[in-house]
Design a protein around this ligand. Structure first.
Ligand code: TXA
Ligand code: MG
Length: 323
């Protein structure tokens, strides 16, 4: 069966239904094709990482239909609103504080308290966002380490086996990924250059734009190299088979201990389920105030690579603990 569909009312309807049932849909935007999933569904978002073969959980961009919808998920200040009104719909991604009641999967922002969000300027994406009626998490629809796709056929070649549908919107107008900015006290921070230039941003806001070259190195960050991931307050001890007295246990698989201090990432040993639960369970155990979270071993393949990468970072010495 052909999974590539031209823009039609029924194709948009089928794509929205697929998203609602937790499946992946490739979506044309004005920049590049995105690999989309329901941004509120942990398991669907875990599928994105699985399909891309990413060895790490990089945070993803959330796509919404308009500014009003974006405000349900993120906190907008005056500058953010000016940027949105100036450039949306369009190739500008804003990194903003996540609203506590956003309902977004923690996996979307890899546990961070911020969300990268944008309103794409492409008829197919817009129609799907309206029909679906919710936020769509979508990284570029390529396998990890490959170039971003600008045509439906590129997606079919790389990810045809992983997606329920590919919506064909023809070649992407811009062909490069969106500009990403965050808002700092000293102006805007350009996290990734793209079609909206620093000059455009300065003109719209009257604020200086710090790019990675003219920013001091303690500031963020080339996207993808983002190190400032969520770290629990608790210490993390890896390769545990049980919790020592006073520890919490982040368990995995059918032969794990149970108890009040235990949360199991996946009792059936399913890595996708484990990825979907990872950030929420780390946070839940952390909020209970345990000094240490012991973690059972996770298989080092497929999504296990990204899960272990995250856990190793959580277990590594924290900056303030380093000599
Ligand atoms: O044009 C685009 O932006 C395309 C289309 C599909 O919208 N999407 C895209 O997504 O390029 P992706 O996943 O390939 O790149 C997202 C970038 C990553 O480099 C990631 O580090 C950064 O956005 N990012 C996401 N959330 C972030 C956050 N909360 N803070 C800082 N950077 C973030
Ligand atoms: Mg990408």
């Amino acid at each position: 069966m052909n999974i590539v569909h031209k823009f039609s009312h029924s194709a948009i309807g089928a794509a929205a239904t697929a998203l609602k049932s937790g499946k992946l849909v490739a979506i044309p935007t004005e920049t590049v094709y995105g690999l989309g999933a329901d941004a509120r569904n942990d398991a669907a978002v875990a599928r994105i990482f699985e399909a891309k073969g990413r060895p790490r959980f990089n945070p993803l961009i959330v796509h919404v239909a308009d500014l009003a919808t974006a405000e349900q998920f993120c906190v907008f200040d005056e500058t953010a609103r000016t940027l949105a009104q100036s450039f949306w719909p369009g190739p500008l991604t804003l990194v903003l504080p996540r609203r506590a009641d956003s309902g977004l999967s923690l996996l979307v922002s890899a546990g961070l308290d911020t969300v990268a969000i944008r309103v794409p300027d492409a008829p197919v994406a817009e129609a799907l966002l309206r029909q679906f009626g919710g936020p769509i998490a979508a990284p570029s629809a390529n396998r990890s380490g490959h170039v971003s796709p600008t045509r439906a056929t590129h997606v079919a070649e790389e990810l045809g086996d992983s997606v329920a549908m590919i919506l064909d919107g023809g070649p992407c107008k811009a062909g490069v990924e969106s500009t990403i900015v965050s808002i700092g006290k000293d102006g805007l921070h350009l996290l990734r250059p793209g079609p909206i230039t620093p000059g455009d941003l300065e003109k719209a806001t009257g604020l200086p734009v710090r790019s990675p070259n003219n920013t001091d190195t303690s500031q963020p960050v080339a996207p993808g190299q983002l190190e400032s991931h969520y770290a629990p307050n608790a210490a993390v001890r890896l390769n545990a088979d049980r919790a020592a007295p006073g520890e919490a246990l982040l368990a995995f698989g059918p032969y794990a201990p149970t108890g009040d201090n235990v949360m199991n990432l996946s009792p059936s040993g399913d890595l996708r389920e484990a990825a979907a639960n990872l950030f929420a369970m780390l946070r839940a155990l952390d909020e209970q105030g345990f000094v240490t979270i012991a973690v059972m071993p996770i298989p080092e393949d497929g999504l296990g690579l990204a899960i272990n990468d995250r856990l190793r970072r959580a277990a590594a010495p924290r900056p303030e603990q380093k000599a």
